[in-house]
Design a protein around this ligand. Structure first.
Ligand code: NAG
Length: 341
């Protein structure tokens, strides 16, 4: 066989190897009845989001080697899915033998789902001695730690917080830290830590959860856009058109985002979902990527017009150029000038 033909055959085999292995309705019932826990992906052949989940789910099954992670094809047996109240696809759910069901709402990526499973199988709050906290800090993307003396009323507030957010974050309760009552959190994705010592305001704990869990480089949506526009900082928008590009930008720009955090938000916008944002931010309509600095206070918008690939060095140079006035502002806000597009 010619090498090209061989390669073609290999490609065929590889793509064949990564396909859903759905289980039958009988085995689904048995699993839900008998397993201590079962993590199920309910899929439907008509859904693109299910197709996107396929490789992630297979990778999850492979790396975890956990037979309790299964998938079920609702296209084949809609009745069973209806019986289980599955109405949209894909649905990812953790069933416990005690009858509890936890719905997974996060990113449909293998490591994130694995983290969710690990977290869900641990107690809602782990109580440990002060010396035993450190080894647990890497167990989750976001970990909250309360250092409180026995009998402190804040312990109950911490437990209530854990009950509310246990599906998303991990919670550790321990004794006072060098005599201090203090809350700490670790965000392992962005490698950031925060502490809280003032518990006097009503929503101090909720605000702390928000502070620790907010991604350093957030993705803008219709729901959160206004919030970021009103914080008084400039926004450095990056347009992406695939999850892979988004992840790459996030990990490459993290150090820069920290460096400029006092003045700027690095944000992400999905061009496929918000194509109208391109023009508003001085980019060519129809572009697949782009970078624009926006100052919501003045209405100024500085689009990056360079031809170079957008790397941290290129971004930093662009920011310097804007600061030095080398880049003209376009598409200004209400009451200010013209629109050059
Ligand atoms: C989940 O837990 C297993 C067993 O403790 C561990 O080997 C694995 O690294 C954990 N995975 C994630 C993503 O947390």
């Amino acid at each position: 066989m010619k090498p090209a033909g061989l390669r073609w055959l290999l490609v065929l085999c590889v793509s064949h190897a990564v396909a859903w292995t759905h289980i039958s309705e009988d085995r689904l019932r048995t699993a839900l009845d008998e397993n201590e826990y079962t993590l199920v992906a309910f899929t439907h052949p008509g859904s693109d989001a299910c197709t996107a989940l396929e490789t992630e789910w297979i990778s999850l099954q492979k790396t975890s080697k956990d037979p309790n992670i299964i998938s079920f094809d609702c296209g084949k047996d809609l009745g069973s899915c209806r019986d289980l109240d599955v109405a949209s696809y894909p649905a990812i759910r953790l069933y416990r033998r005690d009858g509890s069901i936890i719905r997974y709402r996060g990113d449909r990526k293998a490591p994130r789902i694995h983290t969710f499973l690990n977290r869900s199988l641990r107690p809602t709050v782990r109580e440990v001695g002060v010396n035993q906290v450190t080894p647990l800090l890497g167990d989750d993307d976001v970990v909250f730690i309360a250092h409180l003396p026995a009998g402190d009323v804040l312990r109950d507030r911490f437990r209530a917080l854990a009950t509310k957010y246990h599906d998303q974050y991990s919670f550790i309760l321990s004794g006072p830290l060098k005599g201090l009552s203090i809350f700490q959190c670790v965000n392992n994705i962005d490698e950031e830590e925060h502490t809280l010592t003032d518990f006097s305001t009503v929503n101090s704990l909720e605000a702390f959860v928000k502070l620790c869990s907010a991604p350093l480089i957030p993705e803008l949506t219709r729901r959160n856009e206004a919030e970021y526009m009103q914080k008084g900082k400039s926004l450095l928008h990056y347009f992406f058109s695939s999850e892979a590009e988004k992840d790459k930008y996030r990990s490459e720009m993290r150090p820069l985002a920290k460096k400029y955090a006092e003045y700027l938000y690095f944000t992400l916008t999905d061009v496929n979902e918000y194509p109208e944002m391109l023009k508003l931010l001085g980019q060519k309509p129809g572009s697949k990527t782009g970078l624009s600095l926006q100052n919501p206070n003045t209405g100024d918008v500085f689009p990056f017009r360079g031809k170079k690939k957008i790397t941290p060095q290129v971004v930093e140079q662009f920011l310097d150029d804007v600061i030095e006035g080398k880049i003209p502002s376009v598409s200004t806000g209400p009451g200010k000038g013209h629109d050059e597009l």
